[in-house]
Design a binder for this molecule. Structure first.
Ligand code: ADP
Length: 754
């Protein structure tokens, strides 16, 4: 028989055929294997050891997910099989297994050996004194030597290596030989132990009884000279060599002592070893040598990234100050902006320029502070948190540590990850950061943290105060062209082994790709398309033995155009353009309004958020309370129902900045005047008609220029904010700054045709 089963590696437990085992697991990978087994394999899995080709088919007879996150599982061993091959399937290992041919046994030998092993085992039980009868009953009913050796092997308190040896031995006769020796050894230990009992009892008082077993083991190990085995010696050597504070070394020696006296069958032994190994892997005193060559840092950043001047300037300033003052203090920089604009890659480039190691974690979706600070090690399967794990991965105590998506953490009953992160970042506290698993202080003050987020307003407030926020905004099409020319193409030429003549795109072609095949703030899609061009170019060259002129064949390579950049259809009465900003860049949305006889209800559609809905109420209230100025009939609001719809239904709309556009759309409806589609506006409106400052201006201005808008109304309060973008809008947009809605009204509703 040959079949496929999900492969589960036995690390801290053993399962023999004919036997059962109960386990509690909290490992997401194991849970995934259990899920897949339940869904596709009728609850069967294949248990084996690492790098081994023998294992046991097991049936999951019970699975119970408990509220504390652990899962109770009962496995029942069925049969030994042999692994033919291992494949990856659904992110887990899948073993292709086949039955094992068991050698024929002479019947007389079979009976004699079954009898012998039973006798030996009964003698062992007899000497052990304190055991129940169920195992005796069980083996009395079994005569098959293979099954007997498995059941007894499972029962005996043998160490991991011995049990593994028994599971791996497919021949019952050979298994019998191994087991016989093991039982005989255990018997001799028992006899010796019994003779020591009297001696120990003399030395111990009644209250110390719980130490008896350990004391016994110690004496036996000393007597047999097996105390210092190669495993403990190796650990001892590693601890001796570890560069770390003395307190850590002392702690490690203490743990090693506990490890030496711990019973090899106790689950605690794995926990202690894991702890020792974790402490050994932490780079307590290892640092990267920093690069203080300011010119070289600048050159390196300029080579890898075009633009992003604010970030580069901050890093240069920081390194220059550090060089000058010899201060150890690191800034906590937080890069905020839409996806794909280079937040992560410039952070990596910074680490390369500073010649520091780099490590990246993401805290998006985290709702449990233990993910940051670790689980207490008393929990089975406990691990250090993401910070210490990151430090271990970096291998130094002063890496550039990127923490991604800090605006996507959530807070719930499991705790507040943001406050845990605060402890990590705060310069005052982080020199003594204590992970719950590690239990010892680790100095994080040498780490340079760079955080990234998409939305400024979603960064937890308590964190925001400690960060140096650098806002990065979307790129204009021309900026994208410059990035491609100055950075991306160079990188791709190296990666795909292409020369400048081969991968040669004109500015016009690059702009054409940007405008007709991408719609994004950053350059991720653009990069993907350029990679596609490289691949197609190489295939063509190999097939035809000549170069393809990419500029001429861009449509053949990329297929038909995906976007028409001037897409901005005509407005009807009651419609108005909205310049909206979201992480994918600016988006031109249209508000449509309508009314019918009714009683003053307002129905809104278009995936609107709460703030947006409030803007609609404010706009309505503003119009109702200013009917005189707008020459409106008061009854029009009482006797009609209003419908307000925002187009682009796929995008969730939020924020107050559509206030002025909503007011204008309703006025257009009520005054029966069409507003041209080359006019747009942005601004929050208040009940008095005051127009308040808004964000995302660069994106909105880029959008207006790209969609053929000619005139834009902006809040007066934003007047200074747009100066730095003058090269984007100069000679293209007529920008009118307004302080009160009446300014817009006068401009639009006095001169428009009916
Ligand atoms: P983010 O972290 O902001 O989502 P990434 O760092 O993943 O974005 O950037 C996406 C891709 O765009 C990367 O390959 C990056 O190198 C490239 N990129 C973005 N901005 C620039 C730039 N200014 N210069 C060079 N490459 C850039």
């Amino acid at each position: 028989m040959k079949t496929n089963l999900p492969l589960l590696i036995m690390n801290d437990f053993m399962l023999f055929p004919c036997c059962e085992i109960k386990k509690e697991v909290n490992d997401s990978k194991i849970k995934k294997i259990l899920d897949i087994s339940e869904k596709y394999y009728n609850n069967y899995v294949f248990l084996s050891f690492i790098n081994n080709n023998i294992g046991v088919v097991a049936k999951i007879t019970l699975r119970l997910d408990m509220p504390n996150g652990y899962t109770k599982v009962n496995f029942k061993g069925i049969i030994r099989c042999h692994i033919v091959s291992i494949n990856q399937d659904k992110d887990i290992d899948n073993a292709y297994i086949e039955n094992i041919q068991i050698p024929q046994i002479n019947p007389t030998e079979h009976i004699a050996k079954s009898k012998k092993i039973k006798e030996l085992f009964l003698e062992y039980l007899d000497n052990k004194k304190s055991l129940g009868n169920s195992i005796i009953e069980k083996i009395n009913n079994i005569n098959d030597l293979g099954n007997l050796t498995d059941i007894i092997g499972d029962f005996m308190p043998l160490n991991k290596e011995k049990k593994e040896g028994l599971i791996n031995e497919v021949d019952p006769i050979k298994r019998y030989e191994l087991l016989k020796d093991d039982i005989a050894f255990e018997l001799s230990l028992l006899n010796y132990e019994n003779s020591l009992d009297t001696e120990i009892e003399k030395n111990l008082e009644e209250g110390q009884k719980k130490y008896i077993l350990k004391e016994k083991l110690k004496l036996i190990e000393e007597e047999l000279g097996i105390k210092e085995n190669s495993d403990t010696l190796k650990l001892q050597e590693k601890i001796d060599k570890l560069e770390c504070p003395t307190r850590i070394k002392n702690k490690l020696y203490d743990e090693l002592e506990r490890y030496k006296v711990c019973n090899s069958n106790s689950p605690e032994i794995g926990i202690i070893k894991n702890y020792i190994e974790t402490l050994l892997s932490i780079p307590w005193n290892i640092s990267s040598r920093e690069n203080y060559d300011i010119d070289a840092i600048k050159k390196s950043l300029d080579e890898s990234h075009y633009g992003l001047e604010d970030v580069k300037e901050r890093i240069i300033e920081f390194m220059a100050t550090k060089k000058h003052t010899k201060s150890k203090h690191n800034p906590i920089i937080c890069l905020v902006g839409p996806p794909g604009i280079g937040k992560t890659s410039i952070s990596k480039a910074i680490s390369a320029a500073l010649k520091r190691k780099c490590v990246k974690i993401s805290v998006g979706g985290i709702n449990d502070e233990a993910e940051i600070t670790g689980h207490r090690r008393a929990y089975v399967g406990a691990l250090p948190g993401k910070i210490i794990s990151g430090i271990i991965k970096a291998g130094v105590n002063n890496p550039v540590f990127i923490i991604d998506e800090i605006d996507k953490m959530t807070k719930d009953i499991k705790g507040d990850p943001a406050s845990a992160l605060l402890e990590v970042l705060d310069y005052e506290q982080n020199s003594g950061f204590t992970d719950h698993f590690v239990e010892e202080e680790f100095d994080l003050s040498k780490v340079m943290f760079i955080l990234t987020a998409n939305y400024l307003e979603n960064i937890p407030t308590e964190l925001k105060d400690r960060l140096e926020i650098i806002e990065l905004s979307s790129y204009t099409s021309m900026e994208k062209v410059m990035i491609v020319k100055n950075s991306l193409l160079k990188r791709l030429r190296m990666e795909y082994h292409l020369t400048k003549q081969e991968l040669n795109l004109s500015d016009k072609t690059i702009l054409y790709i940007i405008e007709h095949y991408t719609r994004e703030s950053g350059i991720r899609d653009l990069e993907r398309l350029l990679r596609k061009i490289c691949r197609k170019f190489i295939c063509y060259k190999i097939a035809n033995n000549e170069n393809m002129d990419i500029n001429k064949h861009i449509k053949d390579i990329l297929g038909s155009e995906k976007y028409n950049y001037q897409e901005n259809y005509d407005n009807e009465i009651g419609m108005m353009n909205v310049l909206s900003y979201h992480p994918l860049g600016g988006e031109l949305i249209k508000i449509e309004t309508g009314l019918c006889e009714g009683s003053g209800n307002i129905k809104t559609t278009g995936l609107l958020g709460d703030v947006m809905k409030e803007s609609i109420n404010v706009a309505m209230a503003y119009l109702k309370t200013h009917v005189k100025e707008f020459k409106l009939d008061n009854n029009i609001f009482k006797n009609n129902d209003f419908f307000i719809h925002f187009t682009n239904n796929g995008i969730k709309k939020e924020g107050p900045s559509a206030g002025v556009s909503i007011t204008t759309a309703i006025l257009s409806l009520l005054k029966n005047k069409k507003i041209s589609n080359d006019i747009a506006m942005t601004g929050e409106i208040t009940l008095t008609g005051k127009i308040l400052k808004v964000g995302g201006l660069k994106e909105k201005i880029i959008l207006a220029v790209e969609r053929g808008i000619k005139k834009v109304f902006l809040p007066l309060e934003n007047e200074n904010d747009i100066l730095e973008y003058h090269n984007i809008y100069e000679n293209k947009l007529n920008i009118v700054f307004v302080d009160n809605y009446l300014d817009i009204y006068k401009d639009l509703f006095k001169n428009l045709k009916k």
